[in-house]
Design a protein around this ligand. Structure first.
Ligand code: NCD
Length: 311
């Protein structure tokens, strides 16, 4: 595995390999008394570029921390003040980083196929890691989401996962559905109003239950995945009343009762309190939102180690 472009191209055993590695890294990150010299220096001579064309806090920082924890050099390209602003094409930016002997490029971009495009420009080296592309793929988020689910619900084949809200614009939802299917979760529910559903083929919805009513959709749910309303990606014609959305689809102390009593609540962040989730639920015992953030670093360490040590 040299690149991580999307979930679809990952093998199941590669996914479990990443989880196993992440488990070790998680222990190491939590308990620095057990600092292992090998882990600390695993990527010591590698240079990793963070190339984020869209805003990000946790994903960018998480990749940076992951790379630093493994001893790599990390360079955050500030796209807003880079040659991109002078009109340099993505291809020329990538060729420049390749000539600078980059070992990995981590890319976030508004276009769906950017990571693939960069991989074609780069050939084998540098490694390309997708940190969220367009509305279709966010593979490291999907990995950390399932890693977090497994910490709480160890048998993925027996659980029901409900994904709520803005599926249409959510690369998080698309990659999560892809990985859940791959690992044998066959109870996936989408709960959303019609205009937030993707116009996909029947194949996409195969085995997925689509429901516009929160109460019936949450019935028997073990894992509740909230999503942000991604207004920056919405067409102007799609006018959404946030207050109305919260009343109909918000996860609150009242609506969480429609799911199983031990259901966990997830959210990729950033969370918008009182739009998709109430403060009480976000800060409750059932919320694993901050565990997702912590796990994200370990997952990204495992992904970087796997891509770069095999390169
Ligand atoms: C998500 C993204 O950028 O796709 N955030 C993230 O990576 N943690 C979801 C979002 O922005 O709502």
């Amino acid at each position: 595995m040299k690149h991580l472009i999307d979930i679809e191209r990952l093998q199941t055993d590669e996914i479990y390999d990443i989880f196993k590695q992440a488990e070790n890294f998680l222990k190491y990150n939590k308990d620095h008394t057990q600092v292992s010299y090998t882990q600390n220096t695993l990527l010591q001579n590698k240079t990793i570029y963070n190339l984020f064309y869209e805003p990000s806090t946790r994903t960018r920082v998480s990749f940076e921390l992951a790379a630093r924890n493994l001893g790599a050099n990390v360079i955050n390209l500030d796209v807003a003040s880079s040659s991109v602003k002078k009109g340099e094409s993505l291809k020329d930016t990538i060729l420049t980083l390749k000539a600078l002997q980059a070992d990995a490029i981590i890319v976030r971009h508004s276009e769906n196929d950017t990571a693939d495009f960069i991989r074609e420009v780069c050939n084998d080296k540098p490694s390309v890691i997708n940190a969220g592309n367009g509305v279709t793929s966010h593979p490291t988020q999907a990995l950390l989401d399932v890693f977090t689910i497994l910490q709480n619900k160890p048998d993925i084949t027996k659980i029901q996962v409900s994904i709520i809200g803005d599926i249409l614009h959510s690369r998080v939802a698309k990659s999560l559905i892809a990985i859940l299917r791959k690992l044998g979760c066959n109870k996936i529910n989408i709960i959303a109003p019609d205009d937030l559903l993707p116009e996909e083929t029947d194949e996409y919805y195969n085995n997925i239950t689509v429901c516009s009513d929160l109460k019936s959709g949450l019935k028997n749910t073990d894992v509740i995945c909230c999503l942000r309303l991604q207004k920056e990606r919405m067409k102007h014609s799609l006018i959404l009343d946030e207050q109305k959305f919260f009343e109909t689809y918000g996860i609150t102390e009242n609506t969480i009762k429609f799911a199983k009593p031990d259901a966990i609540v997830m959210h990729p962040g950033p969370i918008i309190r009182n739009v998709e989730i109430s403060s009480e639920v976000a800060d409750s015992e059932q919320s694993v939102i901050l565990n997702q953030v912590t796990n994200g670093v370990a997952i990204r360490m495992a992904v970087l180690a796997k891509c770069l040590m095999e390169n």
